[in-house]
Design a protein around this ligand. Structure first.
Ligand code: ATP
Ligand code: MG
Length: 392
């Protein structure tokens, strides 16, 4: 089996000490070690930061691009730095390479302080043996790896916890919003039922029909809200599957336009146009239906009667670009960045009903297709929503 090479940076200004260490390492096991020797702290920091090739002391150019040192043997008394500051400065510049400090016989105290400052180990130069050197190097590298793994796992746990907290917050906000949204139609129903129950005899037929209509309307509003919430919860729980089948896009858009035109009555005209190189594509028909029912319903809801809604499809370069354009009330600039958030409605909606969930749902459906959605709008001029879907 090929031996793993350990790359060591030796920072030592005494030539004789460096020579001794190099000999010990060579004697330990020549093939396993690569050592670069520098004499100054500034050189050590530079060499540690360099990821490109550098010259090793056996004069060969090491072709170890992106290779970093596994360990630094650091003498604390260097020409450009003395004592504990040498270690502090090195660790501040290069925090992720383990350091073994080299000390003299009378420096034991300093060595202990160095351990407190993050050195992995220390070696007393005059008591150096091959076994001690090799053991110190191996232990230092192992400890540093374990420490790095611990740090990584701590970071992962911290991120998971933050995500969990964020989700909990979102959930409680969502429940608060939903309760609020249900309250309005429920209150309408209760008031209408009270009036019908206690004042029925005094009401004309017309007024009575009006209250029943209000009740119907409020029930429809709640059913619509329930549908949207159910759909959203499915996407959140990743239960909404993306099931592509081969669909003729022009047929699909024409049929959808016909259905939505019937619902819109004579008050709006929906016009479908197509340009392109192909019409067949692998897409999920239910999701596509959901996307354009929502977008065209918005275009109808937020534009004046007798206006035209354009539904364009361009198929080119394996991309289908759909556009839904209206000449309606448009969206104020300040609201445009928040429209894909749940329950967000623009400030100019006035009395037009809605829950602010449609676009959130549309975005999820587009993302399930690996597509992209973009909204362009100008207040009192109109809105264009562009959906681009890749078609593999
Ligand atoms: P629903 O959940 O029933 O669809 P909604 O229409 O209010 O309710 P979204 O479809 O998510 O919710 O749209 C969010 C908001 O974006 C709307 O409330 C409206 O302010 C604005 N908006 C969306 N489409 C248009 C449009 N074509 N013209 C003008 N404003 C629009
Ligand atoms: Mg809507």
């Amino acid at each position: 089996m090929e031996k793993l090479t350990i790359h060591i940076l030796l920072v030592e200004d005494s030539r004789s000490d460096a020579h001794l260490l190099r000999r010990l390492i060579l004697y330990a096991d020549q093939e396993q070690w690569q050592m670069l020797h520098v004499e100054r702290l500034s050189e050590a920091i530079n060499a540690s930061r360099q990821n490109s090739a550098f010259t090793f002391d056996n004069s060969q150019i090491a072709s170890i691009k992106q290779r970093r040192f596994d360990l630094v043997l650091l003498d604390l008394s260097l020409p450009d730095s003395i004592g504990l500051d040498t270690l502090k400065e090195y660790r501040a510049a290069v925090p992720d390479i383990p350091v073994v400090v080299l000390t003299g016989l009378d420096d034991e105290n300093l060595a202990l302080q160095a351990l407190a400052e993050g050195a992995q180990d220390y070696l007393v130069k005059d008591q150096m043996t091959i076994q001690r050197l090799v053991r110190a190097i191996r232990y230092a590298i192992e400890r540093s790896e374990i420490l790095n793994q611990l740090r990584e796992s701590e970071e992962r746990t911290r991120q998971a916890l933050a995500k969990e907290q964020e989700l909990n917050e979102l959930k409680s906000n969502f429940v608060a919003m939903v309760s609020h949204e249900f309250r309005t139609p429920m209150t309408t129903i209760r008031t209408a039922v009270d009036i019908l129950e206690y004042n029925s005899k005094k009401l004309t037929d017309d007024r009575r029909t009006k209250y029943f209509e209000r009740i119907q309307n409020a029930i429809n509003q709640m059913l619509h809200l329930l549908d949207e919430i159910l759909f959203l919860s499915k996407t959140e729980a990743a239960k909404l599957e993306y099931k592509p089948t081969l669909v003729d896009l022009v047929n699909f858009c024409t049929e959808l336009t016909d259905i939505l035109q019937v619902n819109a009555g004579s008050q709006h005209s929906i016009i479908f146009t197509f340009q392109g190189e192909f019409t067949q594509a692998q897409i999920d028909e239910d999701l596509l239906n959901c996307i354009f029912t929502n977008l065209i319903s918005n275009a109808i809801k937020y534009s004046p009667q007798n206006s035209i809604i354009w539904f364009d499809l361009i198929c080119k370069d394996r991309l289908a670009t759909f556009q839904v354009r209206d000449h309606g009330m448009g969206i104020p600039l300040k609201d445009q960045t928040s429209l894909f958030q749940t329950f967000y409605r623009a400030s100019n909606v006035g009395v037009i009903q809605g829950t602010g969930l449609g676009l959130t749902i549309v975005k999820k459906c587009v993302e399930l297709h690996g597509g992209h959605i973009q909204l362009e709008s100008e207040q009192d001029v109109g809105t264009t929503v562009i959906v681009t879907l890749p078609l593999q």
